[in-house]
Design a protein around this ligand. Sequence first.
Ligand code: ATP
Ligand code: MG
Length: 266
Amino acid sequence: MLASENHSNYIIETVDLVKKFGKVIALRGVNFRVGYNEVVGLVGDNGAGKSTLVKTLFGVYPPTSGYIIVKGRKFRRLSPELAYKLGIVLVHQERTLAFNHSVWRNVYMGRELTGRFGFLKIKEMKEGAAKALDELGLKKLPPDVPVKNLSGGYRQGVQISRALTFEADVVILDEPTIQLSLAEVQKVLEYVRSLKKRGKSAVFISHNIYHVYPVADRFVILERGQIIGEFYKKDVTPEEVSDIMIYIASTGKFPPKYKDINLIAS
Ligand SMILES: Nc1ncnc2c1ncn2[C@@H]1O[C@H](COP(=O)(O)OP(=O)(O)OP(=O)(O)O)[C@@H](O)[C@H]1O
Ligand SMILES: [Mg+2]
């Protein structure tokens, strides 16, 4: 941790975050930070704890210990409702869709638009869903279709549309490009660029360095529940990030060759 840094420099910060699932320690004291108007690429091997970290940030899991600071406010734990209120949205890695429901219902699930007396604003939600799908290049997808009839890529699009219909300050995307075609990947990357242009922040989790590299400002590498590397994109090429990842996968350590760019003391 850099002693001179001030909490207010970050929109989100976790402090010594620990998360245990019974005997499994998924997070071992993680100090993860996202700056204002910054895109953070969160990378690391399978089981490193990336999804657990972002789910804890979004309030799906309570931390075992440690805390979270959002916009200068300290929280022992969040809930998804509170996270939404604070301007955080998470696009889950697992498909969290209700298969029998229509596309538009899924896009607004948990955040339904209601008018006076609690009536659902169906027309607005259908229009909002259509607009979000259009922005993602999924123009042909009618908002009334049940999600169970869609292909994997379209289902992914529905998940991402949830974030699009909600003007969040921090958008967390957990493996958003995994089932997508090349053209669809480009749309997701454009969306992240548009967030950056609008002054927002994002966390982008991906196994594919070539997806995350073009949009990230900074990379954070999680390995077995700990951050072992953190560096700015300007200091590395995609090939070097790849090189670093391969070294870590086989040794569990940050490569000494690149230690000068690492913001974490090893
Ligand atoms: N709900 C849970 N119950 C028990 N163990 C869990 C749970 N969620 C995650 N774990 C464990 O915590 C560790 C971290 O898992 P996590 O899903 O956060 O990794 P990840 O970095 O997102 O991996 P991947 O790249 O495969 O998505 C793993 O050992 C996993 O088995
Ligand atoms: Mg994951």
